[in-house]
Ligand binder design. Structure first.
Ligand code: F6P
Length: 547
């Protein structure tokens, strides 16, 4: 890190780590009977418990010093003020305007964007309600019962994740489908289950140039026209984009085209009309509740002191783990099956934002940036990759996410779910010493040699950090809060690392090379001699292996 004050603050944390690593996390609980209260924060009915991480008040003090020398609060205020914080694209990053219920103006380039935001929201929510109520029907007069969102990345992951998370709020008889992959089986498998007369397609693309989305939209259009004729298209297609000029060329009626703005990044866009499929599914009222959840967190992030500021704490603890302890990954494990797609959603949010190697000024970073994010719902993950979390050579911090009450009355399932969640975080922290392992094996009556052989395999190092989010119930508002907490957490880390979390140049090269390779793949006789040996060899092999 070539910012001297930040480097000095990190050096202090490094030295502090050597001190704190002499203590076990359980010792920290023994020393402070109120550790849980002292190392957890509540935001209404959502609790963030970070007491099982190996840190103390001194650690937090050093992390707050780091935040101060990195001007976290000033940078946060610049974000909310509409400054062009996305310096490489010369854009603001104002997704918070999409969930701004303060009644106050938000300016981009000296212009208040709120009237446009509210007008567009009213328009897409009115459309959503018209589909839900059956006022808008298909070309044959039948009710539209199946909504297919065609989009990828930020134009897919948010609504797809939320549609599953909030399925108890879905209107009966309405189904949402999400087609993203250019692999034709994604669209094909979806269409096979659908009746064209009852299907509404929403083509969602910020740029309206994304190859996968345009290809899928063209194929969907062909399928519909094949069944119902060209005149049916306006009844069965809607679009969401910032590039209204490009949408027009696709032949979608202007009153079914919903816009957003270049100051909304793709992975931050589910709050905009990109959430249309979700809004149709759960209705305008619940969609607004989701937005209000995001707004709650914006208010909290802007006003809470660092010591009680959940996104700030999440981000600083992330830095503590990534840079000071050197942990390369972060697991996110929802003990809430309906959040099954939340880890995938966070992968884009976190890894596309903070997977960067240069600082804002183009200088190389001198410390590690974004971790690898992965996860699956618990308890399933326990029976798959948790072995590595407990006994692998790398330590992986875990975020556990769990509700206090189930969405369904489920006769004891939730007790087991909740107990499993706590058992995992406790096991990660507590571990099991060799001596304890030996005692257990002795109690089982294992003979000496066998006991000696088995004992090392039964040892758990413990002191593996985790945080737990506990909320009352997975409501639209709770989901809005969770998403916004992670959005701001990612921002906090980017400030410490002095990187731009709002661009994604790393996705460009592959896209360019694909445009060059596609003609060579499709033309069986194309000359491959200018390609590298592996690429040429694989194309040639496809020619012989494929039909
Ligand atoms: O390739 C990455 C990306 O640009 C994401 O950032 C974005 O969310 C996704 O593609 C889809 O882009 P669009 O909404 O423009 O189709």
């Amino acid at each position: 890190m070539n910012r001297p004050e930040a480097a000095a603050a990190l050096a202090v944390l490094e030295a502090h780590r050597l001190e704190i690593s002499k203590k076990r996390t359980l010792d920290l609980f023994a020393e402070d009977p109120r550790r849980f209260q002292n190392f957890s924060v509540r935001l209404d009915d959502l609790l963030y418990d970070f007491s099982k991480n190996r840190l103390t008040r001194t650690t937090l003090g050093h992390l707050f010093d780091l935040a101060r020398v990195c001007h976290l609060e000033k940078r946060r205020d610049a974000l909310f003020s509409g400054d062009k914080v996305n310096v490489t694209e010369k854009r603001a990053a104002l997704h918070m305007a999409l969930r701004n219920f303060s009644g106050q103006a938000i300016h981009v380039d000296g212009r208040n964007v709120m009237p446009d935001v509210l007008a567009e929201r009213e328009k897409f929510l009115a459309f959503a309600e018209a589909i839900r109520s059956g006022r808008f029907v298909g070309a044959t007069g039948e009710r539209l019962t199946d909504v297919v969102n065609i989009g990828i990345g930020g134009s897919d992951l948010g609504p797809a994740m939320a549609a599953r998370a909030l399925s108890p709020y879905a209107a009966p008889g309405l189904n949402a489908h999400f087609v993203s992959n250019v692999d034709g089986s994604d669209l094909g498998d979806t269409l096979r289950r659908l009746d064209p007369a009852r299907t509404l397609f929403i083509v969602s693309s910020k740029t309206f140039t994304t190859q996968e989305t345009i290809k899928n939209a063209d194929s969907a259009r062909r399928w519909l026209v094949g069944a119902l004729g060209e005149a049916a298209v306006p009844h069965h297609f809607a679009a969401v984009s910032t590039r209204l000029d490009k949408v027009a060329a696709f032949g979608i009626l202007p009153d079914r085209v919903f816009g957003f703005w270049d100051w909304v990044g793709g992975r931050y866009s589910m709050w905009s009309a990109i959430g249309l499929s979700l809004a149709i599914l759960i209705g305008a009222e619940h969609f607004e509740e989701f937005l209000r959840g995001g707004f709650d967190v914006d208010q909290h992030f802007r006003t809470a002191p660092l010591s009680e500021n959940i996104p700030a704490l999440m981000g600083l603890i992330g830095v503590w783990h990534r840079n000071i302890w050197g942990y390369p990954a972060q697991a996110v494990i929802p003990y809430d099956q309906r959040l099954a797609r939340f880890p995938a959603y966070l992968q884009q949010l976190d890894m596309e934002s903070n997977g960067k190697s240069v600082q804002l000024d183009g200088e190389a970073v001198t410390q590690a940036t974004g971790p690898i994010i992965f996860g699956e719902p618990g308890t399933n993950g326990q029976h798959a990759f948790f072995q590595l979390l407990h006994q692998g050579t790398e330590v992986t911090p875990v975020d556990f996410i769990v509700a206090a009450e189930p969405t369904d009355s489920d006769a004891g399932h939730h007790v087991l779910l909740f107990a499993n969640c706590l058992a995992q975080s406790e096991a990660l922290m507590r571990g099991r010493s060799e001596e304890e392992a030996r005692q257990i094996l002795q109690a089982q009556g294992l003979p000496g040699a066998e006991l000696d052989a088995l004992a090392p395999h039964k040892v758990f190092s413990g002191d593996r950090p985790s945080s737990t989010f506990l909320y009352r119930k997975l409501t639209p508002r709770t989901l809005g809060r969770l998403v916004a907490l992670y959005e701001h957490k990612v921002f906090v880390e980017s400030v410490i690392w002095n990187i731009n979390p709002f661009d994604q140049w790393g996705v460009e090269l592959g896209k360019e090379l694909c445009s060059r390779l596609a003609p060579l793949v499709s033309d069986q006789a194309a000359d491959l001699s200018r390609l590298d040996g592996s690429t040429a060899g694989l194309i040639a092999a496809r020619r012989t292996l494929g039909s």
